[in-house]
Write a protein that binds this ligand. Sequence first.
Ligand SMILES: Nc1ncnc2c1ncn2[C@@H]1O[C@H](COP(=O)(O)OP(=O)(O)OP(=O)(O)O)[C@@H](O)[C@H]1O
Ligand SMILES: [Mg+2]
Length: 261
Amino acid sequence: MKSLAILCQKGGVGKTTLVVNIAKIYSKNDIKTLIIDLDPQGNTSTYLDFDKNNENILTSQDLLLGKTEKEIGFLEENLGIIPSNETILKFNNEKIVGGSILQQKLKSFVFSNFDIVIIDTPPTMSSLVQEAICASDFYLIPTKPEFLAIEGVSQAMKFAKETISRQISISPIFLGVVLNQVDITRSSYIDFEKELEYLLADKLINSKISSSAEVADSPFYLKTVDEFDEHSKSKKEFYKLAKELLERMALNEKIIEQSYN
Ligand SMILES: Nc1ncnc2c1ncn2[C@@H]1O[C@H](COP(=O)(O)OP(=O)(O)OP(=O)(O)O)[C@@H](O)[C@H]1O
Ligand SMILES: [Mg+2]
């Protein structure tokens, strides 16, 4: 089992959109996937039409309290979800002492049944995001291609590095920065991309996600891009990204057969 945290303290950059759509693509391709939502907003559940207040299902609050007796919720055979709601807010300012609770729990038997765990995080620099970093083998930072976003990316990278340096027992790998909501018709885009390539080199993920009305509307229709028509540009882009992330995580034994070129 490998775990991937998606983080950025900037709001609305596409963290949840990436978590949900990538998870759905993996699960559809026989990769046993678990979403853990560490955001009090609980957006992953809303997007996937899952009841985040069901008391019989394991929530991320339970997980952080070290209680793992409850059952993991499943959206489909290969897609589990540990939802979050506002009760998790109380963990937001707690200091992580002596290692992450989540990290310890993820090592347990129940979680080893999954191939990949993808963690959604809130738009903050808080203990909840630190928990996500500490529990992860990899972390990924999404951003919009905007000038001020460069600052947001470097702040997120610094926050992750500082979190990692304070914990001796962890060494998550920075997978890279992924550009979301790209609009290549904007004159600043090429310059922005060049700047990021210069700053990030191979840590700029090659696959990029364009801004599209169908992606923006998909939570409303409770649809993920995997359900889009096979000619959909967004579907192609998300599949490409899902494959590139597997390669970058060296999970090459997991194969996504579908190709939408
Ligand atoms: N590629 C895209 N094209 C169009 N709209 C998008 C795209 N990606 C995300 N969005 C939209 O942008 C909004 C913010 O996305 P999302 O909720 O995934 O961001 P977030 O980083 O998780 O936000 P928060 O920080 O509040 O958790 C949503 O309405 C989403 O539908
Ligand atoms: Mg979100």
